[in-house]
Design a protein around this ligand. Structure first.
Ligand code: FAD
Ligand code: DHB
Length: 393
């Protein structure tokens, strides 16, 4: 098989890229290890920045997102039981959209079929070859067990944080920037009406909790836990006690319901630099990971592929490889801003094991500053609603 761009991974990054390339008249083949059903059943991100919403619109895939998602014009930071709203509309004139990643995936996968894109699920043994030659290739085993080789002009590694693509960048040219956190998130999915109209990020003496939403009847909630904890260690009563302790505030009642999913999410910050080697380009979680506080993961994938698609379009249209050469540096400018923001939100809102009274009081001072100073809350609002997908400087 021959194509222009071979894409490894059919998460948001891989499918967005395939759509963007198709719009520009560039062929691609997407190779995905998991089944469509499995990906659509995995609960992950929930918040789309304005730029990500615009990307779905540019691809003509925004109808369901607008009908079934919710525009959020602010968030609540709850500091030791006191509500402090950060008003995005007032501070930066922008909003975010609550719309689950599985729904984004379904819209992209349905749209891929409608656009006639070549997306192959349930392939195995994916390996990339000859990345510094003019004709790199990807070998794999097709869903029916047939070994196959895809020869292409470029390879896009969109295979997420546990993918194989980044390991093809030789160790002597790659720097792995890595940071781990001494806590994780315990995430639950609840069948209940929303407890609040907007997301609540709660910093309390009992730890951090996030009250998020999905639909009128399903909610997503998280609380800080030990990163090595296991879902089975928490029965429903203990989960509700912890969530209530973290979010307690005058007049607030958490609406309970059956817990239908429990997961422990580890937290790390990671950047692979550079995000390219020869004719291989990494995009999304394949090139970097952020801790989830601040909802940047999926939105970073949107930025990377917008930059990559534009660079490939320039190559095929004008024969110029200047934008491709600059891909990693261009994409990383946005990535590092989001790395800082995600680290900052995480550090500011969580209870750090072993923190001194100084650390804790300083943290409360910071939260007070961020929620009472217009300059402080404007930074949060600007970063949360997101920077342009393609950095302007
Ligand atoms: P992915 O969505 O991971 O897609 C990569 C795809 O590549 C996968 O479908 C995978 O099966 C496939 N693949 C991997 N290896 C191979 C291979 N060798 N061959 C072929 N295919 C392969 N972000 C937030 O903003 N908020 C959240 O609440 C949040 N929660 C998360 C919870 C969990 C458990 C995880 C893991 C992530 C979460 N994230 C969250 C991050 C967010 O989901 C990711 O940033 C986003 O999915 C990135 O998209 P992607 O396309 O780069 O990677
Ligand atoms: C969700 C996850 C996040 O990490 C976040 O900051 C906001 C919302 C969510 O899953 O809804």
């Amino acid at each position: 098989v021959r194509t222009q761009v071979g894409i490894v991974g059919a998460g948001p990054a891989g499918l967005w890229l395939a759509h963007l390339l198709a719009v520009a008249g560039i062929d691609s083949v997407v190779l995905e290890r998991r089944s469509r059903v499995e990906i659509a059943a995995t609960h992950r991100a929930g918040i789309l920045e304005q730029g990500t919403v615009d990307l779905m619109a540019a691809l003509g895939l925004d109808a369901r997102m607008r009908a079934e998602g919710y525009a959020h014009h602010g968030i609540e930071l709850r500091v030791a039981g006191e509500a402090r709203r950060v008003d995005f509309a007032d501070l930066v004139g922008r909003a975010v959209q609550l719309y689950p990643q599985q729904e984004v995936f379904s819209d992209l996968a349905d749209g891929a079929a409608a656009r006639g894109l070549d997306v192959r699920f349930e392939v195995a043994d994916v390996a990339v070859h000859d990345l510094t030659s003019q004709a790199p290739s990807i070998t794999f085993t097709d869903a029916d067990g047939t070994p196959a080789r895809l020869v292409c002009d470029f390879v896009a590694g969109c295979d997420g944080s546990r993918g194989i693509a980044k390991w093809a960048i030789p160790e002597n040219v790659r720097t792995d920037h890595f940071r781990e956190y001494p806590f994780g998130w315990f995430g639950i999915l609840v069948e209940a009406p929303p407890s609040a109209p907007e997301l609540i990020y709660a910093a309390s003496d009992h730890g951090f909790a996030l009250i998020s939403q999905r639909t009128a009847t399903t909610q997503r909630m998280y609380f800080q836990c030990d990163p090595t904890d296991r879902p089975d260690n928490w029965d429903d009563a203990r989960i509700w006690d912890q969530l209530e302790a973290c979010t307690a505030a005058p007049g607030f009642a958490l609406t309970r319901g059956p817990i239908v999913d429990k997961t422990v999410i580890p937290m790390r910050s990671y950047v692979c630099e550079p995000m390219q080697h020869g004719r291989l380009f990494l995009a999304g979680d394949a090139g970097h990971t952020v801790p989830p506080t601040g909802a940047k993961g999926m939105n970073l994938a949107a930025g990377d592929v917008a930059v990559l698609a534009r660079s490939l379009e320039r190559f095929y249209r004008d024969g110029q490889h200047d934008l491709l050469d600059a891909y990693s540096a261009t994409a990383l400018a946005r990535v590092w801003k989001a790395q800082h923001f995600s680290w900052w939100m995480t550090s500011m809102l969580h209870t750090h094991p072993g923190a001194s009274t100084f650390d804790r009081r300083r943290q409360l001072g910071e939260l007070d500053l961020v929620t009472t100073s217009r300059a402080g809350s404007t930074y949060l609002a600007e970063a949360y609603t997101g920077w342009p997908l393609i950095p302007t400087r």
